[in-house]
Structures are given as C-alpha cells and as structure tokens.
Design a protein around this ligand. Sequence first.
Ligand code: AMP
Length: 508
Amino acid sequence: MLFKNLVEYSERIGKTSSRHGKIAIILGFLKKLSQRESEIGVNFISGKISQGKLSLASKGLVLLVKIRGSMERPPDLLAIDRALDLAGKAKGRKKVEVLGPLFRRLSAPEKKFLAALISGEVHQGAGEGLVKMAIAGCFGLLGAEIDQAYLQKPDLGSLFAYLLQHGKAGIHRLGISVFHPVKPMLAQITESIDDLANEYRDLSIEYKYDGVRVQVHRKQDRIRIFSRNLKDITIHFPEIADMVRTIPLNEFILDGEAIGVDNKGKPVPFQVLAKRTMRKKNIKKMMAQIPVVPKFFDILYFDKEDLTSKAYVERVRILNEVIIDRTYLVDWEKPRKKGDVSQFFRRSIQAGNEGIMAKLLDAPYRAGKRGKYWFKLKNVYTIDCVILAAEWGHGRREGLLSNLHLGVLDETKTKYLMVGKTFKGLTDEILVWFTEHLPALKVHEDAWTVYVRPHVVVEIAFNEVQKSPKYDSKFALRFARVKRIRKDKSAREINTILDLVKLGRSDD
Ligand code: AMP
C-alpha cells in the first residue's frame, strides 16, 4: 500500500465522529494490507512507528516538513519503515539527512502525517480499542476472544500479522513464545490479614518486594528483559542477564521482581532503584551504587511448553528446578496454622519490603489480569490530611457529618488537592466533634455536603496510593481510615502530594 493511501484513510477516520464509522474505515484499511506490510500498517494507523522513538529534535522535523520535493515515486509503507529504520540508527543531525530524500517524495499532508507519526502526535482517533475491534471484525472474533488474544500478544501489529498468517483458528494456538512478552499477572489489594487467612487455605504467601517487575526471556545465549509495561529494559540490568545466563538450560521465560540492595544486602526503596531504570548511560557506575538482585516467583514457559495454564504449585515446582540458588527465588511459605500469615507479614516488613503477596496454589497464570488469584497486602502508611468537606451520613449516622473529603498540599504548598474520601475509623465521639465544629468553617454547601475552609487536620492510615482521574490531585488513597484528629497541627503543616507520589508505584 502506498503511504498516501494510508494518509487518506487516516483523514477519513479523523473526519468521522461515530465509533462504528471509525471501526468500519479501519477495517477497510486492514483488508487492503498485505502480509508483509500488516504489522507496519497497523502501527501507522494506530499512530505508532515500529522503531518506538526516533529522538529527532522538533527543529529537525520542522525542516523536514518544509522540504520541497518532486513527489515522484510515492513511497509505500515498507519504504517508509525502511527509512525510519535507517534514521533510528543514525546519530543527531544525520537523522534529518537520512530522512530528507524520503520527505521529498511526499505531498504536504503526507509530510505532516509522517512528522506527527515520528513525534507520536497523530490524533485522528484510531486508539488501541478501535483498532482492536477492527481486527476482531476482520476475522469474525468476539470481543472476549480478541481481548484474550491481545493479553497473550500485546502488540496489535504482531497480533494482526499472526492472524493473517494463521487465520481465526490460530487464536487457540496463540501460546507464549520466547521474546514476545505477555502482560504480567496482577494482584488485587486486600485490607486485612484475617481476610487472607480465613478465606483461602491453599495459599503461598510471599514477600512483596518494592522493586521493578521483570519478565526475563532466554533462548540460548540471547536474553531480553521486559518491564511491567512490556518495554525492553535489558540494557538496565546487566547483572540479571548475567545471572540468568549461568542457568544451564536453554529456553524459558521467568517472571519476578528486581530489587535494589544496599551494601548489607537490605532492599532499598523503589525510588532509589528507579534511578537504575532512568539512565542509559553510566550503567556500570549505577551497578556499583545500586546493585540489583532478581527475585523470581514464576515461570511461564520452559522446554518448548507454555506453562500458563498449569497450577501455580506446578509452575513453582518447575521454577525450583530451573533456579537452584535460592538467593534468586522469592521468599515464601505455605501458612499452616493461625498466626502464620501475620508473622510472615511482620517478617517481610522488618526485612524492608512493602508487604506480602498471597497466591492461590491452584491458580493458572492469567496474563494481564487482576483477579481473585493473587492478593497483595501492603504495609500501613500514615499521613496528615486536611478536611476539605464532609457529607451528611445516613442510617445510623443520620444527622452527623460523616464521609470526609481529604486533601493534601500541592508541591508549592499553596493549594490543597483532594486525595480521597473516607467514613472509616470514625468513633461516635469524633463524629460528634466534626458535626459540631465543621459547620463553623463552612464555605458553601449543597444537599449532601458541607464544604469547609481547610483547617481541621486528621491523621489518615491507608494501604496504597493509586493513580486516579477522579480527583484534582490525580491520586487516590486506598483503604483510607481516620486514626485521630491532629489538633496540634495546622493545615500548613500537613503532607504534600509529593509524599504520596513517592508511595504510588509509577506503572500502575
Ligand atoms: P502493585 O504494583 O502494588 O499492584 O503490586 C503488584 C506488583 O508487586 C507486581 O507487579 C510486582 O512488580 C510486585 N511484586 C513484588 N513481590 C512480588 C511477588 N512475590 N509476587 C508478585 N509480584 C510481586
């Protein structure tokens, strides 16, 4: 397909407002792609290039868009991809030189589109969801089928290419293979140890490390390490690759957490380790400053076999055969009697970890899913928040100000940002105190809520910080509960949003 045809499709998608209409156009486009250009075509129409980032300065792009040319020999998708490959390998200004002849062959709208593709700013509205539905349409797949396939092959370009090659029936053979990362399985948060200990007996409880998720793929001497978001992070962790290379086996995929350790071998907080993943330079120096140890807890593929449908207990058995040195395995145990879980939790916190994980021993590996198989129980944190508003309670709390809107200071300490609500942890005495004192601070009110001047400070316990579009802070506390009113503190002395950003994991 010529690039100019793709740009025409993109313009049509941009002009169509209905979801169905957009999907129909994308579907028409997909049907015109040959096997060879399938992956590139899907990437382009989704606003992506296969090379990821070209690191081309915007000045360079402006120059390219201004280039006048002959528009002769209009390039096809493969020619564009080849030129982007070359540009990716070139350094600095050379990138512009490499791309010059290509831009000369393009019309003005094509140049604009290619520049937007390179800078990741295509906004014609063919998001991942729509392209996925169009792919489903091409092969007559149900929504659930394409969703499941996408979890196993989380790249729409290669998923489409795979389906073109293998047809609809291929979806059932879409197993895991080395160097194609799958979305990692996730855990559900749980509030209390008792929930875990009572509900499930066939559990593995494990340290929950505060590190970086790593999915390590190996085939012969080639090793690649993928992050939770499936980015290739091999370059950042040479010591993990070295360690995995020593395993006298050939082909496998491991799942684990990379932790940074101090000179006594104690885990360092995630923010310290994050420095390792931020820089591509001076890796040797960083390795000496913040050494990293992998702690593997799962194996997804071994000996040409996809293990994800096997029970966790079986996968762990295989993992123990693959990794002999226990230093590189998660610390875990099977709770046998009452009190084991809470004791293990205390041990994990004392060892410098974030909490514990509990996993059902008979659970399969569910790529990309957060379900009732893995649970996380985190340490309790406390911060001081200010009350921004309170909602009138109902039932037993009728007539009492109950559900509190909580705020922290912004980074400049000039504004308050909302981070959640809670009606938990409130004793009758505290409820009465709020009902008596908050109305005096009223700024305005509606039928349910009294909004107040930020003045009353409360100490809040919580287990997790999550990104959330709901509040202006963009964060929300999970399982927030009131510990006490801090009459000794002023609203200027409370925590700032930065304290929460530190606790929130960046990749949630
Ligand atoms: P969260 O990021 O709070 O949703 O917790 C899930 C994350 O905890 C996983 O993605 C891993 O990066 C990390 N983790 C630490 N220890 C373990 C463990 N033993 N099993 C699974 N995940 C773990």
